[in-house]
Design a binder for this molecule. Structure first.
Ligand code: KG4
Ligand code: ZN
Length: 333
């Protein structure tokens, strides 16, 4: 089976062709980072418009790169959520229209299932069951994964996502968007002994996270120093240490709770080196997809969609009318 994958949930247009026998045939990501940089964050309307501009040409070039034509495709997978509504609608309308035009099925993919299955794109794959730590600009989730589609959310952020906390704190320090990698770079020059930030929610039972307080703590600390380069680096280091420690403590707790010994880490923040070092000390096998599969991409969507199409799932194409329709089937408004 050969599947075209379309990702457009946020600020990356990702297109891929996945083959059940040959694996990934081609994948390309167009990032809108430059477009949003001057606003210091993603502007949803600009994101939607740019997906419209970029998606079709990127589909064409990705099919060319895979050396196949649309006739050689068996299905189309597109990200149906969660994400920015306008951006999602671009990929969904395009995916469903192309599938309809080509006479093949389409399937709606959950963006976080894509991230969660991304390590499966590697030759050395984790085996089910495992725990997934999904850490991106939009999500912070700890999930117990028994198999494809068999997910139990163990914990999530009650406020800011961890990547969002990185980005907001970076902005406070005057770093460009997206600030996560910039803050990590600055933290390398920082003195870890100078400031100690709180480790939110670690003294409470459970596996939920909260990161918005750290951002406020960073703001108060910024307001109490002169603002030299060294001050900023020290704050960056204290912030990063607090985030990494918190994620580490929750992962260790999830491992103890579930008695599972495999952890996968996916999403943009998974690129953070200090996080990787710290998670490496866990009593578990830790898997990371390579960076290009860690951040938003079409390959993970094509892969998740392929598994669902193979299992017989697809979106109905027909327009539905009902000759028999009980009034009692209507939902209450
Ligand atoms: O998964 P992703 O590419 O996009 C989604 O949000 O879905 O994640 C992007 C997030 C941004 O918040 C970015 O600042 C953060 O990941 N990030 C990092 C690092 N690289 C990317 N945060 C900390 N350290 C990094 N090295
Ligand atoms: Zn994502």
């Amino acid at each position: 089976m050969r599947v075209l994958g379309i990702e457009s949930s946020c600020d990356e247009t990702g297109i891929a062709v996945m083959d059940s026998e040959q694996g990934l045939m081609a994948h390309n990501v167009y990032s809108q980072i430059e477009l949003h940089a001057e606003y210091g964050g993603v502007v949803p309307e600009l994101a939607s418009r740019d997906h419209i501009r970029k998606a079709l040409p990127l589909i064409r070039s990705t099919l060319d790169e895979a050396k196949i034509k649309s006739e050689n495709l068996d299905g189309v997978a597109y990200t149906a959520g969660p994400g920015l509504i306008g951006a999602l609608l671009v990929g969904a309308s395009l995916g469903r229209s192309l599938a309809w035009g080509w006479g093949i099925p389409s399937v709606a993919v959950h963006h976080m299932e894509g991230h969660l299955l991304a390590p499966m794109l590697e030759a050395e794959k984790p085996e089910f069951p495992f725990i997934a730590l999904l850490v991106s600009g939009g999500h912070t989730l700890l999930v117990q994964v028994a198999g494809v589609g068999r997910y139990k959310v163990l914990g999530e952020s009650l406020d800011d996502a961890v990547g969002e906390a990185f980005d907001k704190t970076a902005k406070l320090l005057g770093l460009p968007y997206p600030g996560g990698p910039e803050l990590a770079k600055l933290a390398e020059q920082g003195n870890p002994e100078r400031f100690t930030f709180p480790r939110p929610m670690v003294n409470r039972p459970g596996l939920d996270f909260s990161f918005s307080g750290l951002k406020t703590f960073a703001l108060n600390t910024v307001n109490n120093v002169e603002g030299t380069d060294q001050d900023k680096a020290d704050i960056a280091r204290a912030f990063e240490d607090a985030v990494v420690d918190t994620l580490f403590i929750k992962c260790r707790r999830a491992i103890e709770k579930t008695r599972l010994s495999t952890l996968i880490v996916s999403g943009g923040v998974g690129a953070n080196q200090r996080l990787r070092q710290k998670l490496g000390t866990l009593d578990a096998n830790v898997f990371y997809p390579r960076p290009e599969y860690c951040t938003d991409n079409g390959a993970m969507i094509a892969y998740a969609g392929m598994l669902r199409l193979q299992a017989g799932e697809f979106e109905p194409k027909e327009i539905q009318v009902r000759p028999r329709w009980s009034l009692e089937d209507l939902t209450a408004v």
